[in-house]
Design a protein around this ligand. Structure first.
Ligand SMILES: [Zn+2]
Length: 500
């Protein structure tokens, strides 16, 4: 209102205008100004309280000390399947225990079923700012956890939209901005939307939908939830546990007994190697200009750099954008980075590619992975705190199925797939030092033992034969460097012989 008056005054220069402009705001002016911020916040908190009442009581929920929930069943993890377009299908299990007062979270998750069965326990300290995104990601799986947090801090909420069916409330949740869709009729939390950075498509969103609300020990709780990241469904599962106020919270946080790795020590014939610490970036040189770069994507995710005639190639890009930038710097010690490659498209081998590739470097990938990597290096990533300039016209070369690309006598890149793990699977051979770099085909453990061979290890052994490669050292994207004897030992440990 005042702005309008001032604008008129300055254009037509009416005497007395300055007086009008400086009078105290009128009643209608005050309300129109408060409309912009306060009304949105107060409407939002009113809707959130109504929702909390519908889920068991706002006053009670605000005082809740602990929340636990779990689920188990089929999960479709993107970029973990045999090709970039098929998700990896896993039988996944997860349980979250939240100690609200102590600001800590315990997550027990893992895979059930055949060869890959394992679970792990992760304790997250809510006081650690670096853990906030992980807390937000986990806790948004419970509408009670969201409303609980929001009831503590109503000033961080705003009503951003009203649809025919939902109120849309935006608010801070452990450092993330989430949008919550509250059903106008039932007042249930139906949907939660959070910004999400996808390995392939960059800036996008992750959506959770809650359904099958029912009475649950005096509360109203969802019976099922569905997670959709970048448009792809990850889970659609019933909760197998959804509890507010655990009877014995201390027991739920009891220290975990680490299981003995019996299998690991049983076959430790090779001398153990000292495992490079997870926070150090050690490397090992193999002759002239061939360098293993350990922990490039986090603990036990490794890369290789090879100096070619016209620059350096970085092989394997695990981790995040920041991991990628650091990896490029480390590889630059051998010369200018001109090529970047990755064995396959799985997130733990390709996640850092956008951070490694620069406009002057060419990407060399399997034919089958070309579109995936092209998307990954051109995708917008504004959500990254440090900013990121995606490539506009990346130089990409691809290795045909079962084909190869040679760089003089320095390096040959082969597609050794299908491997049983993925359809196209690149391996890298440096003839000088007789080094073969591979990922996810064989894993040799740092304690000297080997992981029993899966079909992909059989494929690696057959490939070395087929190509008559002289190999002194096998370096892996995971685990310690080993040799062909390690690979043979892994194959001996198989229950069934290698497929013909
Ligand atoms: Zn893989």
């Amino acid at each position: 209102m005042r702005l309008v008056v001032a604008a008129i005054c300055s254009t037509i220069v009416l005497i007395g205008c300055s007086e009008v402009a400086q009078t105290a705001p009128s009643e209608s002016e005050r309300s129109s100004r408060s409309d912009t911020v306060v009304t949105r916040a107060s409407k939002a908190i009113e809707i959130v309280r109504q929702s909390a009442d519908a889920l068991g009581g706002a006053v009670r929920l605000r005082e809740v000390q602990s929340i636990a929930f779990g689920f188990e069943g089929e999960a479709f993890f993107p970029y973990q399947g045999p090709t970039p377009l098929e998700p990896g299908l896993f039988n996944y299990t997860e349980r979250n225990i939240i100690d609200v007062a102590g600001a800590r979270l315990r997550v027990v998750n893992g895979f059930t079923g055949e060869q890959t069965a394992f679970t792990r326990t992760i304790d997250i300290d809510g006081a650690d700012a670096a853990m906030l995104p992980e807390l937000a990601r986990q806790l948004r799986q419970s509408p009670h956890a969201i409303l609980h947090a929001w009831l503590q801090d109503p000033k961080r909420l705003a009503l951003t939209d009203e649809t025919n069916s939902h109120h849309v409330i935006a608010g801070a949740f452990y450092g993330e901005l989430i949008h919550v869709y509250i059903n106008r009729e039932t007042k249930h939390v139906d949907r939660v939307v959070m910004p999400f950075s996808d390995v392939r498509y960059g800036d996008t969103e992750s959506v959770i939908e809650f359904s099958e609300y029912a009475e649950n020990s005096g509360w109203t709780a969802p019976g099922r939830f569905r997670v959709v990241d970048a448009g792809a469904e990850i889970f659609n599962l019933p909760y197998n546990d959804y509890t507010l106020e655990l009877d014995d919270l201390e027991a739920a946080f009891a220290p975990v007994e680490r299981s003995q790795r019996t299998q690991a020590t049983e076959n430790s014939e090779t001398e153990p190697l000292e495992r490079p610490g997870p926070d150090t970036y050690e490397h090992r040189d193999y002759g002239d200009g061939v360098r293993a770069l350990f922990n490039s994507g986090g603990p036990d995710y490794h890369s290789l750099a090879v100096a070619l005639d016209d620059g350096v190639i970085v092989i394997e890009t695990p981790g995040s954008l920041d991991n990628g930038r650091r990896l490029r710097e480390r590889a630059s010690a051998l010369g200018e980075v001109r090529y970047v490659s990755a064995s396959h498209h799985h997130g733990d081998h390709a996640g850092a590619v956008a951070g490694v590739v620069i406009p002057d470097a060419a990407l060399i990938v399997a034919d089958n992975h070309r579109a995936f990597f092209e998307d990954a290096v051109t995708a917008p990533r504004m959500l990254h705190p440090g900013g990121h300039q995606p490539l506009t016209s990346p130089a990409i070369e691809s290795v045909p199925p079962r084909g190869e690309r040679a760089f003089g006598d320095r390096l040959v890149i082969y597609d050794a797939g299908p491997s049983g793990h993925v359809e196209a699977h690149l391996v890298f051979y440096a003839p000088g030092p007789r080094i073969l770099f591979q990922s996810d085909m064989a894993v040799f453990r740092w304690d000297g033992s080997v992981e029993p061979a899966r079909d992909q290890a059989c494929r690696l052994r057959a490939f070395i034969e087929e190509r008559s490669l002289a190999v002194d050292t096998i370096i892996g994207g995971h685990g310690r460097p080993g040799d062909v004897a390690d690979l043979d030992r892994a194959i001996e440990l198989r229950e069934a012989p290698c497929p013909a």
